[in-house]
Design a protein. Sequence first.
Length: 131
Amino acid sequence: MEIQSKAEREKIIAELDGDLRHCEDLLSQQQNPTDLATLYFSFSMTRNRKEFIFPSLVMLLVLFFSFEMIALPILRFVMPIFFAISFWSLLALFMGRLRELGHRKIWVFMSLVPIVNVFLYIYLLCAPTRK
C-alpha cells in the first residue's frame, strides 16, 4: 500500500466529488423528463435558472404580442385566450423559481404589482440556483 500525502488525498477526493455530482445531475435529468405542458403550466415544479429563463422569455413575448394583436379585428376574440394562457404560465414559472430559491409562495403576488414585477423578474433571472 502506497503512502499518499494529504494534498494528493484531497485532490482525489475533489475529483471523486466532481464525478459524483456529475453522475447525480445525469441521473436526475433521466428520472425527471420534463414535457412542455409540465414545464410551462405546473405550479408544483421547482425551476432552476436554466429552466426559468427561456420559458419565461417566450411567455413574455406572447404577452407582449397579445397586447399588440388585440387591435386587429380578426384576432380580437382569440388573443384574450392567448393572454390568459401565457399569464397562467408566467405565474407558474414565477412560483417554481421562487420555490427553488426558498421563498414563500405569497411572493408570486408581487409579480402582479406594476414596476415591482420588473424587479422581481430581474431578481429571479439573476439569483443563483440553490443546491
